[in-house]
Design a protein around this ligand. Structure first.
Ligand code: HEC
Length: 140
């Protein structure tokens, strides 16, 4: 009986801890379907510069590893605004709002962030409340 209580108590602590961490910096939420749509857009409009594995090249930054280090704790809206305004570099502004969130979903997924049930919204109000998390990836 005492063991049961202890088990219950530690499960409770773990739960509250997780809720607290997520509450401090809500993780971005996107669906697997969005990431697949984003992958197609990425392959056709971004990969020729940023590389098919998001690895970048001598004059184009990678979109994994250090990229996440640079952008961590930034509200998604800033990444959204940047991509929407400046990329793809040869025709900035060409991506629709939905294409932009899809490509962000793909970039997040490629940085080991799990897809979920809630799509990444194109609403600024929602994009302001989600943040690029700290993720540890291979140093690419
Ligand atoms: C013609 C080449 C080219 C294409 C195509 C291109 N980019 Fe870029 N991208 C660049 C360059 C060059 C930079 C660095 C710009 C700078 O530092 O001013 C950059 C920067 C970025 C950054 C900021 C990286 C950082 O470390 O802060 C993001 C995000 C990005 N691109 C996303 C995309 C996405 C998404 C697409 C496709 C929709 C795309 N790019 C297409 C060349 C390109």
């Amino acid at each position: 009986m005492r063991l049961n209580i202890l088990f219950f108590a530690s499960a409770f602590l773990l739960t509250t801890h997780t809720v607290w961490a997520a509450g401090a910096r809500p993780l971005p939420s996107f669906t697997a379907a969005q990431a697949r749509q984003g992958e197609e857009i990425y392959e056709s409009t971004c990969a020729m510069c940023h590389g098919s594995k998001l690895e970048g090249n001598f004059d184009t930054p990678s979109l994994t590893g250090r990229f996440i280090q640079n952008w961590k704790d930034t509200p998604i809206i800033e990444l959204y605004a940047y991509i929407h305004r400046a990329m793809p570099q040869m025709s900035p502004g060409a991506l629709s709002p939905e294409d932009t969130t899809a490509v962000i979903a793909y970039i997040l997924e490629q940085n080991s962030i799990q897809a979920g049930k809630t799509p990444l919204s194109t609403q600024p109000k929602s994009l302001r409340l989600q943040f690029i998390p700290h993720v540890i990836t291979n140093n690419k």
